[in-house]
Design a binder for this molecule. Structure first.
Ligand code: SAH
Length: 215
């Protein structure tokens, strides 16, 4: 296991200051970023980059999202303790760990077998135990565990999957970057059975939410 040293903690404090300066206000989110050793979620050769506010390559052509983006999406989700949260795109498990740090009950889906297997073993080893990790297609959500208080999509969606909207509780929120090359961070709040409020929050760039190649 990779060590978390005072040097790492110092770098993490600087990262928290950076994303705070960029506009993140939620204290619980900032505390979670300050607490989680992001460097252990990255391959060892890249440790020096772990506390820069940038996305970084992980396995299978995917990336660990930029800390500011993780913080921004998490702030929009407004997680409360014991909320049931569904994450689409487990990847490195870093966003999963942030949600667990906020005391959510986390369900997460990943379509890349290599990442799914690696992260499933890794997360509990570093003390973060999700409620359920699923290998499958995030476009479908997980109907058998729905409804969710929050759903967070961590890849760029070309459109808003109806199945995800339908798996929200009334009052629940979907945070999803929508678009092909550049994505608009979009929040849907479920107001009623068929009633959704929509808010847009600026442009981001994610790896694409891919269709399940196994089908
Ligand atoms: N939350 C991750 C971000 C990883 S990048 C982290 O913090 O590291 C986006 C992830 O979404 C990738 O791991 C990618 O494989 C996954 N992904 C892409 N399309 C998907 C789909 N249809 N279903 C589930 N996961 C998907």
């Amino acid at each position: 296991m990779l060590l978390d040293t005072n040097k790492h903690k110092g770098l993490r404090n600087q990262l928290v200051a950076t994303i705070k300066a960029k506009g993140i206000k939620d204290k619980n989110v900032l505390d979670a970023i300050g607490k989680i050793p992001r460097h252990v979620f990255m391959d060892s050769g890249f440790i020096d980059f772990a506390y820069q506010d940038n996305a970084f390559p992980i396995a299978a052509d995917q990336t660990i999202s930029q800390p500011y983006t993780v913080a921004f999406q998490t702030e929009l989700l407004q997680v409360k303790p014991n909320d049931k949260v569904l994450e689409i795109g487990t990847g490195s498990g870093y966003q999963t760990a942030i949600l667990i740090e906020l005391k959510a009950e986390v369900y997460s889906i990943e379509r890349q077998k290599e990442l799914f297997t690696k992260t499933k073993v890794f997360l509990p080893k570093v003390g973060y135990v999700p409620k359920k990790l699923v290998f499958g297609d995030g476009y479908l959500g997980i109907p058998e565990y729905a409804p969710f208080d929050g759903i967070i999509v961590t890849a760029g969606a070309p459109f808003v999957p109806k199945s995800l909207l339908s798996q929200l509780k009334i009052g629940g929120k979907l945070v999803i970057p929508v678009g092909e090359n550049i994505q608009k961070m979009t929040v849907f709040i479920r107001k009623g059975e068929k009633e959704f409020e929509k808010h847009e929050h600026g442009d981001f760039r994610f790896v694409p939410l891919l269709k399940d190649s196994r089908k």
